[in-house]
Write a protein that binds this ligand. Sequence first.
Ligand SMILES: CC(C)(COP(=O)(O)OP(=O)(O)OC[C@H]1O[C@@H](n2cnc3c(N)ncnc32)[C@H](O)[C@@H]1OP(=O)(O)O)[C@@H](O)C(=O)NCCC(=O)NCCS
Length: 147
Amino acid sequence: MIQITPMNEQNYKAVAAIEAECFSQPWSEKTFFEELSNPNAHTYLALDGGEPAGFLSVWEVCGEVSVNNIAVLGEHRCKGIAKALLQKMLCELAEADSVTLEVRKSNAAAIALYESFGFERVGERRNFYEKPTEDAILMTKIMNGET
Ligand SMILES: CC(C)(COP(=O)(O)OP(=O)(O)OC[C@H]1O[C@@H](n2cnc3c(N)ncnc32)[C@H](O)[C@@H]1OP(=O)(O)O)[C@@H](O)C(=O)NCCC(=O)NCCS
């Protein structure tokens, strides 16, 4: 069973561990701890059968949501966990005007995920990523009070 829960003082290290496993330039444990006192931050942890399996981190400022990161551990992928994380966030922040994110140009899985939620490609950022260097696709979803 998949459960989505807010990140808190008990589970933020598990979120940082998923980040470290999935990204070449991860946010530190300390950064996730500091996010707990950031009023603009919303971070969700996904549990799969009680085990930490994925997370989603966004900031919401004046109705504009920006996605910092979403990741699911390899052994828990393709089970609808990223979809459940995005659904939870879009439901909780349904009053927002828009959601924006960057994604590596080669990241077909993530791009397909975002397109399935109605995100549209609105631009590119050249050499946005390091390790390895790669362009980013900029994607936006206009909310209109819907998920
Ligand atoms: C991208 C990622 C978060 C998807 O997580 P997931 O839990 O496996 O995704 P879900 O099972 O919820 O899949 C939801 C949708 O994403 C897309 N998708 C997911 N994995 C895919 C793959 N390997 N190939 C193509 N599309 C894929 C599909 O549209 C899928 O919908 P469908 O099952 O109805 O076809 C995961 O692969 C991951 O953590 N990757 C590494 C970190 C990363 O790249 N994060 C994104 C940073 S911008």
